[in-house]
Design a protein around this ligand. Structure first.
Ligand code: DGL
Length: 262
C-alpha cells in the first residue's frame, strides 16, 4: 500500500486523455499532472531536447513525492523513455509498450500509426510493434499540425476535418489506427469519420491505465484507502488554452480550476 500520487507529464493538454483513463480505472489514486506548456510543442524538437525536457519534468514530479511516473506523451516516450529509466530509479511507464502488448494480444497485424514528426522519425512505435508482432504491416504518418490544433481547441471544426483527411487518406487496408500522440484522441470523432467502420481506433490512454493498474497491484503500491482522490495539475506556462480544452475532456470542472504554475 502506497498513498503517494501517480505523477504524469506531457507537453500540454494531450496527456489529459491519459489522465482521464487513469481517473476512471484507478478511482482511489491521487494524480499529479504537469503540462509543459512553456516548451510546447515537443513534436518537432530534437531527441537531445526531448531528453532534457523529460528529465526536468520527471525531476519536478519526483520533488512532489510521486510513487511512479507515466510519460503521457508519445514524443517523450519514443525518444526519452529508455534514457529516463537509466537515469531515475522511480518506476516509469510510457505509452508505447502497453499499446504494443494490446495489439499483440488482439492479434492485430495491419496497423496504421499517426504521431508527431519526432515520434515517427524515431521509429519508436514501429520497432516496438515489430519486436512483439511477427509479420506486422505498419504504415506510419507524421501529423505535425494536429497537436498544435488540439492546444488551440480546434478539435471539431472544418479545418480539423480537412487536415485529418489529408493525413489519413493514403492509409490502406489497416485493421487498426494507433493514435500515437496523446493529443489525438481529442480528434477521435473526426478520425473515425475518415476511416472505414472496421478500423479499430487505438487510444493509448486505456492501455496505459491498464498497465499502471497491473503494475501497482503486482508491486503492492495501490492506494487502498477509500477516499476522495486528489488531482493536481501544474503548467510550466499558464498563458494558454489548457483549461478550455481540458474541460471538454474532464467532467468534474473543479479538477481543472485550481491549476498552478510550476
Ligand atoms: N502529446 C504529445 C505526444 O504524444 C506531444 C505533442 C507535441 O507536443 O507536439 O506526442
Amino acid at each position: 500500500m502506497d498513498q503517494r500520487a501517480i505523477g504524469m507529464f506531457d507537453s500540454g493538454v494531450g496527456g489529459m486523455t491519459v489522465f482521464k483513463e487513469l481517473m476512471s480505472s484507478l478511482p482511489n489514486e491521487d494524480i499529479i499532472y504537469i503540462g509543459d506548456t512553456a516548451s510546447f510543442p515537443y513534436g518537432g524538437k530534437s531527441k537531445e531536447t526531448i531528453i532534457e525536457l523529460s528529465k526536468k519534468q520527471i525531476q519536478n514530479l519526483i520533488n512532489k513525492n510521486v510513487k511512479m511516473i507515466v510519460i503521457a506523451c508519445g514524443t517523450a516516450t519514443s525518444q526519452a523513455l529508455k534514457e529516463m529509466k537509466h537515469l531515475f530509479s522511480i518506476p516509469i511507464i510510457g505509452i508505447i509498450e502497453p499499446t504494443a502488448i494490446y495489439l499483440k494480444k488482439e492479434n492485430i497485424k495491419n496497423i496504421g500509426i499517426i504521431a508527431t514528426a519526432g515520434t515517427i522519425r524515431s521509429r519508436g512505435w514501429e520497432e516496438e510493434i515489430r519486436r512483439k508482432i511477427e509479420n506486422s504491416h505498419i504504415q506510419s504518418r507524421a501529423c505535425p499540425l494536429l497537436a498544435p490544433m488540439a492546444e488551440e481547441g480546434w478539435i471539431d471544426n472544418e479545418i480539423a476535418k480537412l487536415v485529418i483527411h489529408e493525413y489519413v487518406k493514403d492509409l490502406k487496408d489497416i485493421d487498426a489506427l494507433v493514435l500515437g500522440c496523446t493529443h489525438y484522441p481529442l480528434f477521435q470523432r473526426l478520425i473515425k469519420q475518415e476511416l472505414s467502420e472496421k478500423v479499430k481506433i487505438i487510444n493509448t490512454g486505456k492501455m496505459v491505465s491498464n498497465e499502471v493498474k497491473e503494475y501497482l497491484k503486482k508491486n503492492h503500491l495501490e492506494n487502498e484507502k477509500a477516499h476522495q482522490p486528489n488531482y493536481k495539475i501544474y503548467l510550466t506556462d499558464t498563458e494558454c488554452n489548457f483549461i478550455q480544452v481540458a474541460s471538454r475532456l474532464v467532467q468534474d470542472k473543479t479538477i481543472i480550476k485550481n491549476i498552478e504554475k510550476i
